[in-house]
Design a protein around this ligand. Sequence first.
Ligand SMILES: Cc1ncc(COP(=O)(O)O)c(C=O)c1O
Length: 398
Amino acid sequence: MDYSVSEKFRNLKPSAIREIFKSLGAAGSISFAAGNPNPDSFPVEEMRGLADEIFGKEAVTALQYGITEGYAPLRKLVAERLKRVYGIGTPDDDLIIVTGGQQGIELTCKVMCNEGDVVLCENPSFIGALNAFRSLGARPVGVPLDGDGINLEELENALKNNKNVKFLYTIPTFQNPAGITTSLEKRKAVLKLAEKYGILILEDNPYGDLRFTGEDVPTYKSMDTEGRVIYCGSFSKVLSAGMRIGFLSANKELISKIVVAKQVEDVHTNVFFQMICAKYIERYDLEAHIAEIREMYRRKAGLMIGALEEFMPKEVGFTRPEGGIFLWCSLPEKLSLSEFVRRAGEKNVFVVPGTAFSTDPEEESHSFRLNYSMPSDEEIGQGIKILADIAREMLAEA
Ligand SMILES: Cc1ncc(COP(=O)(O)O)c(C=O)c1O
């Protein structure tokens, strides 16, 4: 059968990360390739009790259609928390519950972009967002990322040199894949540039709650006085990823359009899990739960950074994240990334090559992403030693 797939989808490659998952699971394999939260972050017993209660007392609400904007008690709780923790939410803003941050990103692009419109993105960036933009006919254009956030000069060049730039997509806090946090000075400068060139900012912040060291940096949305920033958040990394609960906070006018777009996609987010999420926040101490996750990731990140410092040759650079679940390693240019990843795979250690996150799929990369939320403490030490031996071996050969 000759399926003539649409042009938009014809050129979309399967996620390299999903491909790597196919090789995982062999006994003794160590994966630094995941983007998953550690399962210990799921409050299983509490959720089991809440599920029983919901089916005992409110089964019809859980099983009936809901409203597109989201389960009212959850919307209220999320809006309150955003205000309290992040200073987000003005009288002109509204909030919609979405099926994971992934849908929030996709709906924003769907509502904002015409075919061929440009979305500026940090390069490297989150593959799920890049593919969402591509699948909608928008054009992700990469702007290099420095150690303190997006490169301002390159951002301004991109704004000057591209027609029809609709918005900047940014993950300013504990970036995926690089683990970098954009400084306050840069955030202010980016807001000014957005104002100068009349573009919106989509601020994606699924990891913002997971700071384990350093000082919080204000979100773009909390500094926005013009309704220029669309904020996307998620419960995936603090309660459960499978629950698929995320949210968008933005100007009312824009949210009303996103509501229509969501009606076409999935009518509304799963009501049962919205109820679980709301009742968890009402009944339990979400902040204490998040504090435990931060502590776990502080330990795991510390183990990984410690092992990299001890074993990795100096020629290999790496970022030191202050939160989130990833760090980013860079090989010297004379070493081949694909050969490094191949040798690691042969030793049953899996990393994601930087090419997977590139805004230009043809671009060469010398970097790879390491995840520390999923591997056990022992695996972190063993796996980094193996990667360090491969780097040393390849440096000796070069
Ligand atoms: C930067 C970034 N944004 C958004 C998401 C989507 O998360 P979810 O759809 O589970 O809320 C992820 C998931 O890994 C991510 O890394």
